[in-house]
Design a protein around this ligand. Structure first.
Ligand SMILES: [Fe+2]
Ligand SMILES: [Fe+2]
Length: 273
């Protein structure tokens, strides 16, 4: 069992956010904004899936997971609340969230499905989030030009994603979820996630009037595809998910713990945590 403390991030998200808040880079700003737009609906689905998964376990096996699930829910609920505030700030830039309604419609189809489907979808998304988190924490210079409060927001979220990346996966395994369905959902989630993320990024750039600048595409290439870029760096770790003996804890690093230790003044632990 993993202990997952809930932390209240001590940042003010009432103040306006600059239009190109990520170091004046329209691409990076649009990309992060797109991801943030997906979090409130996505993280609610993860919470519901994990809660439902825990209930589906026989009573005598629930105890082992109960604390971890509570921590997972506390962390994701905090993320969605904070990103909701952030999303309200960027909506003032004239952006439109088209990802959320698409995701809501798709996830509604899962309402009465076996708990293992929701967990497999959550575990796949959590693998994605963990890859992204690791990249963020090991490439913090990407956020160097951002306001400190926004840098903290993204790194705090990344650190906690790394902490709880095994929860949905372990519940899925405990419920006897198969390898076949796990990788099938990963293929679907990959396609859906990448399509939605790129679609929303392009939509943000179009509304921002910066879609057709050469510098925008250069930044996109540099930060996603080039050496050191997110996709290039994460490819091998993404593929590992398809191995039969894969477990998220095999991809451990100290980046999350390091950030949490070095930035303890940025947050407050909630409750006994
Ligand atoms: Fe999260
Ligand atoms: Fe998560």
């Amino acid at each position: 069992m993993t202990h997952l403390p809930v932390r209240r991030l001590l940042v003010d998200l009432d103040a306006p956010v600059q239009r190109h808040w990520c170091g004046g880079d329209p691409f990076l700003t649009a990309w992060f904004n797109a991801l943030s737009m997906s979090f409130p609906v996505g993280e609610q689905f993860f919470i519901d899936s994990v809660r439902q998964g825990l209930k589906a376990l026989p009573a005598d096996r629930q105890e082992r997971f109960a604390n971890e699930v509570q921590g997972f829910i506390g962390q994701e609920a905090t993320h969605r609340r904070i990103h909701g505030l952030f999303n309200a700030r960027i909506a003032a830039h004239g952006l439109e969230n088209t990802w959320e309604p698409r995701a809501k419609a798709r996830l509604a189809l899962m309402t009465n499905a076996d708990a293992r489907h929701g967990l497999a979808i959550t575990a796949a998304n959590e693998h994605f989030t963990a890859l992204f988190a690791e990249w963020m924490l090991t490439h913090q210079q990407v956020l160097d030009g951002a306001e400190p409060r926004l840098k903290s927001l993204w790194l705090w979220h990344s650190a906690e994603e790394a902490e709880h990346k095994s929860t949905a996966f372990d519940l899925y395994q405990a419920l006897g979820g198969s390898h076949e369905w796990r990788v099938r959902w990963m293929r679907r989630v990959t396609l859906i996630f990448l399509t939605d993320a790129l679609r929303q990024t392009i939509h943000n750039l179009r509304r921002d009037g910066t879609l057709w600048r050469l510098s925008t595409w250069r930044s996109g290439w540099r930060h996603l595809m080039a050496r050191g870029g997110l996709f290039r760096e994460s490819w091998v770790a993404w593929r590992a998910y398809f191995r039969r003996d894969f477990h998220p804890s095999q991809q451990q690093s100290t980046a999350s713990e390091d950030w949490l230790r070095d930035n303890a003044n940025q947050y407050q632990r909630v409750g006994a945590g």
